[in-house]
Design a protein around this ligand. Structure first.
Ligand code: HEC
Length: 265
């Protein structure tokens, strides 16, 4: 009995640790769901381009190497080094240590931009995906922007030129009665109340439409998920072979078992 209690406590506590992993998205509430496609090379390549052009100036990926990324993403090394590698002295075998000096960065932003190699594993890809989509204009902040997932973040909204102006707006929400239905007045009109804190993009103010921007962020976070665990795609593929092997092996052992059984009877 005691053992069962201990085992169930262990099971439940590990379950708790698993569910705590997906950090809720601050003022945004639940994070948007992100499911990576690590076999989708086109998406990973586009994500790498977005990262190197817009993020690498501030954030390093110091636990990965240039040539590993080129190889995994199947980008020929000459194309990769002439178009995407930053820094004249960089060798393809080097780690992607970023181009910004830590002390300078700290004096600019108040905090040095963190290394992002493992950020999708630290916060979860859902968190990073939602974070990158929820910057909004806030005149009280030094860069004129704030973030719903990470309020007060010291990062400028570097992709605003694509997304356009995003602001917080209000909208009328139907009032719900205690039975779950919508409240109405005597004339039968729905009662509403004004609630604020919804994100709204001013259409036409950015270079991309909303769905194009979502796709750019999808590819970017897909790439960042890959960087956090470069061998995950292999691991998942090999896992299927292992399971297949077990199924085949089990069926052979069962046949053998039946042969042996014959001798007993
Ligand atoms: C101008 C410099 C700059 C650029 C460019 C920049 N960032 Fe940041 N970023 C920062 C700073 C500074 C922080 C730290 C914010 C804080 O902790 O308040 C940060 C924080 C973050 C975080 C949160 C990390 C954590 O663990 O809390 C993520 C994720 C992130 N950046 C992603 C990106 C991505 C993706 C891009 C490219 C689209 C990008 N950043 C471009 C400066 C920058």
């Amino acid at each position: 009995m005691k053992k069962i209690v201990i085992i169930s406590i262990l099971l439940f506590s590990s379950y708790g640790a698993l569910s705590a992993e997906s950090a809720p998205c601050g003022d945004y509430g639940e994070c948007e769901k992100f499911s990576p496609q690590l076999e989708n090379l086109e998406s990973l390549q586009l994500g790498a381009v977005t990262f190197l052009n817009n993020c690498y100036g501030c954030h390093s990926l110091q636990y990965s190497r240039w040539n590993r990324v080129a190889k995994d993403l199947e980008i020929p090394e000459e194309i990769f080094s002439s178009n995407l590698v930053y820094g004249q002295t960089v060798k393809l075998g080097n780690r992607m240590t970023g181009s910004m000096d830590k002390a300078t960065a700290e004096s600019w932003f108040g905090i040095a931009p963190p290394d992002l190699t493992l950020v999708t594993r630290l916060h979860g890809s859902d968190w990073v995906y939602t974070y990158l989509k929820t910057f909004y204009e806030d005149a009280s902040k030094p860069y004129g922007v704030n973030n719903m997932v990470y309020p007060g973040a010291a990062m400028p909204n570097v992709l605003a030129f694509m997304q356009g102006q995003q602001i917080l707006s209000c909208k009328d929400i139907p009032l719900l009665a205690s039975n779950g239905g919508v409240k109405r007045d005597e004339l039968g009109n729905d009662l509403t109340e004004e609630k604020c804190g919804y994100l709204k993009t001013i259409s036409g103010s950015g270079s991309l439409t909303e769905s194009e921007f979502d796709e750019v962020i999808y590819n970017l976070v897909n790439f960042m998920t890959y960087v956090g665990e470069p061998s995950r795609a292999d691991r998942e593929r090999i896992g299927w072979y292992v399971i297949l092997f077990f199924i085949i092996f089990t069926s052979f052992s069962y046949l053998l078992f039946r042969e042996y059984q014959k001798d007993y009877h």
